[in-house]
Design a protein around this ligand. Structure first.
Ligand SMILES: C[S@@+](CC[C@H](N)C(=O)[O-])C[C@H]1O[C@@H](n2cnc3c(N)ncnc32)[C@H](O)[C@@H]1O
Length: 205
């Protein structure tokens, strides 16, 4: 069993063991990510007629936000239980919730807007470059990637899950052919106690 296969099963187990109880999914806030909403509030984004993809969509709140904003949204997760849960939570949704694995993406997938929140940091550091390359490959020409996660000052902060990203790891998106257009860091009470900050970064291709 490879590291990544073991990890996929880890997520499926968490969702399946929760048995429909959202409280048991520690990362599920049941609302769109507030840092993404702040970014949208200050960044003009023309969503009409544009495609978007949500990487590791979890229980679907960010995907629903993007569809409300006018994108044609695909949202994928490696956990079948998470995908079914999204479909149950949003039975009338226009989002295409689908099962897909970052380690084996359909080669023709390209999107105008790619959203990655807290998924790269949930996958082991050993396969980080592979995961970042896969996410970068989703960005269509002239497309945008918005990524949000926890920032590590040093590799010593990457000892336990979630494994925050170092600045050097975030820069792997540039090595994968994207151009950085914005980078900011900020704190919040949830992670301040861990002496961590969050980052928000955008790229274009
Ligand atoms: C920490 S959760 C974050 C979920 C959501 N993005 C959020 O911000 O609430 C990470 C998500 O990525 C999914 N995931 C993990 N490995 C994946 C992979 N290889 N391909 C696709 N999704 C994956 C997990 O099932 C989980 O839903």
């Amino acid at each position: 069993m490879t590291t990544e296969q073991g990890d996929q099963q880890w997520f499926e187990r968490v969702y399946a063991n929760a048995n429909g109880q959202t409280d048991d999914i520690s990362w599920a806030d049941l609302r769109p990510n507030p840092f993404m909403l702040k970014w949208f509030a200050k960044t003009p984004v023309d969503a009409q007629g544009k495609t978007a993809v949500v990487v590791g969509c979890g229980l679907g709140d960010d995907a629903e936000e993007l569809v409300q904003r006018g994108f044609n949204v695909t949202a994928f997760d490696v956990s079948p239980t998470a995908v079914e849960w999204c479909q149950r939570r949003f039975p009338e949704t226009k989002v295409n919730y689908t099962l897909a694995d970052l380690f084996n993406l359909p080669p023709d997938w390209k999107f105008d807007f790619v959203l990655e929140i807290n998924t790269v940091q949930a996958i082991p550091v050993a396969v980080r470059q592979q995961v970042i390359n896969a996410i970068a490959s989703l960005v269509a020409p002239d497309g945008t990637l918005l990524a949000i996660g926890r920032l590590a000052d040093s590799v010593s902060q990457q000892l336990k899950r979630p494994w925050p990203l170092t600045r050097g790891e975030i820069d792997l998106y540039k090595q994968a052919g994207l151009t950085e257009t914005h980078f900011e860091t900020f704190g919040d009470s949830e992670i301040a106690a861990l002496s961590l900050e969050r980052f928000l970064v955008t790229y274009t291709r």
